[in-house]
Write a protein that binds this ligand. Structure first.
Ligand code: ADP
Length: 493
């Protein structure tokens, strides 16, 4: 992620404009008439009542998406024009980026400086990156035996169900819409129940950009109802999901009868390995950013920090010093570095793990407590003397809780780093180039950062080994997940 740079102004809490389901280009209440509250995690106050979509709404959205795919203007549009509309959407998001950043901060609790410096620019960049692909999707001609001419066509996989989490609401929507739209698919998206607002606003901007009605449909609601209805719907060809591996297991079962194509981006317990020969200050800053960024709510958070014994004490001291200076508070204050966790469930889970860490015998060097009595704020927490078998070293906590483990040499570090069923990301800090690449090869994870952390780019594939995911997002790999391959063979005269 980009490093946050504060701009001087503090925005006020923005007006909420869209809270209904977006189906076939129309804003409609849920068929059941039900709504749910989305809360401001900084104050625990409701922001708005949002339509609680369910099976009937999903069914209407799938029909709209199917029509748009097969008979509407989208199905006839030149690929280059699809790309043009995607660029227009990116432009409109850029024009409204101040308001969208404020809306993201309001609904999610993330500091406005991060929404401005990371979420918005990465969202816009992702849409523009994939817009450029729209007219560059092409098949191959294939030399086959006999007097035949064989070629492949790359075609959109169809109607895609996209289910996203709450930690980067806009960015996750862009990661999913970008390749889907470039490929010519149509979309039924369910944003997370904690953070539906920016996704709904993006849908409005997509319509304003001229993306035809029915191409993007948004059904806010809960996972086991709205989400499961999308997964089970026979009119949906593919599911792209980001969230917990336990939810992915349910989705896999629910998708089995219709054999949907599945891509998953799931959790992690990523090792961040610091060698004594690294640039220590850079490694400390990278470890701090790699874990505490976004309140620790990142699937690739560097939550197992392995530090070589020789520099362990110095590393902890420097880290504790940075933690002590971290500015926690009102996410709308441009100086704030850490806002609240997204909701009470997450807050309770993190506090439970902090208690567990203390009981298991880890040493809590900084933090460990709630901040204030309103809003879900937690101090940046640092555990040392953590051992591999403690729950805090094994389970994904998804909060501002760093565990630092000690290691002696390179011999055992690879085995310990890989001793997890996750495999999303890892980082290595060292000046020894050979050692860095040897570890990059040996660690089983989809992304390896060397002397950096959380560096994302729309062009660089991202996804997990093992139980951290299936398939890749971003880059050309991410686009391929939205394409079918059709082989055409012609008998030559
Ligand atoms: P988190 O703990 O980060 O909220 P989840 O995996 O529970 O992770 O949620 C990620 C997304 O998956 C959310 O949009 C949520 O509503 C949705 N979801 C949860 N359960 C299901 C389910 N059974 N089927 C489909 N989607 C689900």
């Amino acid at each position: 992620m980009a490093t946050a740079t504060a701009t001087a102004t503090a925005p006020s809490r923005p007006k909420v404009r869209h809270t209904e389901c977006f189906v076939g280009g129309k804003w409609i209440p849920a068929a059941s008439g039900k709504t749910f509250d989305t809360l401001d995690p900084a104050t625990e106050e409701p922001i708005a009542q949002v339509a609680e979509g369910d099976g009937e709404d999903v069914d209407a959205a799938v029909r709209a998406a199917r029509d748009a795919l097969e008979s509407g203007p989208w199905s006839k549009m030149d690929a280059r024009d699809r790309g043009r509309l995607m660029n227009k959407l990116a432009d409109l998001i850029e024009e409204e980026s101040e308001e969208l950043a404020a809306l993201e901060t309001y609904d999610n609790g993330k500091p406005i400086r991060d929404a401005r410096a990371a979420d918005l620019p990465l969202t816009i960049d992702c849409l523009r990156y994939y817009a450029g692909f729209a007219d560059k999707i092409q098949g191959e001609t294939i030399p086959v035996r006999g007097n035949y001419f064989t070629y492949t066509r790359r075609e959109p996989v169809g109607v895609v169900g996209q289910i996203i989490p709450w930690n980067f609401p806009m960015l996750m929507a862009a990661w999913k819409w970008g390749p889907a739209l470039a490929a010519g698919c149509t979309v039924v998206m369910k944003p997370a129940e904690q953070t539906p607002l920016t996704c709904l606003r993006m849908a409005r901007l997509a319509q304003k950009a001229g993306i035809p009605d029915g191409v993007i449909n948004v059904i806010p609601g809960y996972g086991p109802t709205a989400g499961a209805s999308i997964v089970k719907h026979p009119g949906v060809d593919k599911i792209a999901f980001t969230g917990e591996y336990k939810t992915a297991q349910i989705i896999m079962r629910d998708a089995a009868p219709t054999l949907k194509r599945l891509t998953f981006e799931l959790g992690g317990k990523s090792p961040n390995i610091v060698f004594a020969d690294s640039d220590l200050d850079a490694a400390v800053a990278g470890a701090h950013f790699g874990l505490y960024f976004n309140q620790g709510q990142c699937c690739c958070a560097g939550s197992r920090v392995f530090v070589e014994s020789k520099i362990y004490d110095k590393f902890i001291q420097k880290l504790a010093d940075i933690n002590a200076k971290r500015k926690i508070g009102d996410p709308f204050d441009p100086e704030t570095e850490q806002g609240p966790q997204v909701d009470k469930a997450q807050f309770d889970k993190i506090m439970h793990y902090i208690d567990l860490g203390k009981k298991e015998g880890a040493k809590c060097v900084t933090g460990g407590k709630r901040v204030g009595s309103k809003g879900y704020f937690i101090e940046p927490t640092l555990f040392t003397d953590v051992t591999d078998n403690m729950s805090i070293a094994k389970d994904e906590i998804f909060g501002p809780v760093m565990n630092v483990l000690r290691f002696k040499d390179t011999e055992d570090i690879v085995q310990r780093a890989n001793n997890t069923f996750y495999g999303l990301a890892a980082a290595v800090w060292t000046r020894d180039v050979g050692k860095a690449h040897a570890l990059a090869k040996a660690i089983k994870a989809g992304t390896i950062w060397i002397n950096c952390y959380d560096v994302f780019d729309a062009a660089a594939p991202f996804g997990g080994y093992k139980m951290s995911g299936m398939g890749r997002e971003l880059g050309y790999k991410g686009l391929e997940a939205y394409l079918e391959t059709k082989t055409v063979t012609v008998a030559l005269a």
